[in-house]
Design a protein around this ligand. Structure first.
Ligand SMILES: [Zn+2]
Length: 344
């Protein structure tokens, strides 16, 4: 497949966004370009930051992708012959890129949009911020064809034809006439939605870890000194990537409980071990064997919590959905790809 100037623009935009931790974390986010009937979409598990150094955009026939989506079929068979990328799989979000009419589409877990996405009044706040762009708040559904269907519904029904979509408990999609215009729109939206940062106290004096598989973490320990943010961090999962990379929310370790009790309660809720232990008022601990790429996701969760408005409550993913995401094969593939890159 021939690579065009617009394709190079897509790669340049991807590398720029991928290097910005406030916009993209680890292997998160995906992008696309529609040109001459081809849908170029980022490969699953690849890092946007690598877009100029490696060939990570997979070409599909746009018509075949839309046809297969309407028929409820997998999109893999819509791929076009391309030796350079045949070892890769298109993003699990390919469907949302296919349904949008815009030439450039960017999906990220940027900090301000993600913070908005977990607030009960997120839809109202989004409407209050629009002006230069038109927004739609998309209720939570699992990433993939279901999410694409919700976005298509919003495009068909909302007034003013939305070009900005905040995905509840997930992140942001922006769409424009080119990848560069979409990136400009993305940064404008993040500025328009910007939340001010909560102040946290200094980290307390390091306390011994309650379990040898977990070690002290300064950022988490500062969070542990804030009762409200600690309760949110342990209360439930905020977004799919937190489940996929960290196993779910932080495990709450009360002063009067043992680690074994806290871990077994956590396992019965989320089906695995937590990446994070929070002992409110004492400290925060992270697993020694944190998966590659998971540090970025942990920093992202903390950065989102730091943006929670005072007194705001939070909408969590249902625990059953968190358990289902943890066992989902599409996410396991993405995780394996992402970890392989980080280990290089
Ligand atoms: Zn996403």
């Amino acid at each position: 497949m021939v690579r065009s100037d617009l394709w190079r623009e897509l790669c340049a935009v991807s590398a720029r966004l991928g290097a910005d931790r406030a916009i993209v974390q680890g292997a998160g986010g995906n992008v696309s370009l529609k040109e001459d009937g081809t849908l170029w979409v980022k490969a699953s598990g690849c890092w946007l930051a690598d877009a100029e150094a490696k060939d990570i955009m997979v070409p599909l026939s746009l018509e075949a992708a839309r046809h297969r989506l309407a028929a409820g079929q997998a999109l893999d068979a819509a791929r076009l012959e391309d030796p350079a990328t045949q070892h890769l799989k298109p993003s699990i979000e390919t469907a949302l890129h296919a349904v949008l009419p815009h030439r450039g589409v960017l999906h990220v877990h940027s900090l301000n949009a993600t913070t908005l996405s977990i607030l009960p009044d997120g839809a109202e706040r989004l409407k209050a911020c629009e002006g230069r762009w038109s927004g739609a708040f998309i209720p939570y559904v699992r990433p993939g064809p279901e999410l694409a269907a919700e976005i298509a519904r919003a495009v068909a029904s909302e007034n003013g034809r939305p070009n900005v979509f905040v995905l509840q408990n997930h992140g942001l999609v922006v769409a424009a006439e080119s990848p560069a215009a979409a990136a400009d729109l993305l940064y404008a939206v993040e500025r328009d939605l910007a939340f001010s940062l909560n102040d946290l106290p200094e980290a307390p004096i390091e306390a011994p870890s309650p379990d040898p598989t977990y070690c002290w973490n300064d950022a988490l320990s500062r969070l542990a000194m804030n009762p409200r943010l600690s309760a949110v961090a342990c209360g439930g999962a905020l977004a799919p990537d937190q489940v996929v990379f960290l196993g779910g929310p932080a495990a709450h370790l009360p002063a009067n409980s043992t680690v074994q009790t806290a871990l077994s309660e956590y396992r019965s809720l989320y089906g695995g071990a937590p990446a994070v232990l929070l002992s409110p008022g004492r400290g925060g601990y992270v697993r020694n064997d944190l998966r590659a790429g998971a540090e970025d996701i942990l920093a992202w969760v903390i950065d989102v919590l730091l943006r929670l408005p005072p007194e705001a409550s939070v909408v969590f993913l249902p625990d059953a959905e968190a358990r289902a995401l943890a066992g989902w094969d599409a996410e396991k593939y993405r995780l394996a790809q992402s970890s392989a890159r980080a280990a290089q």
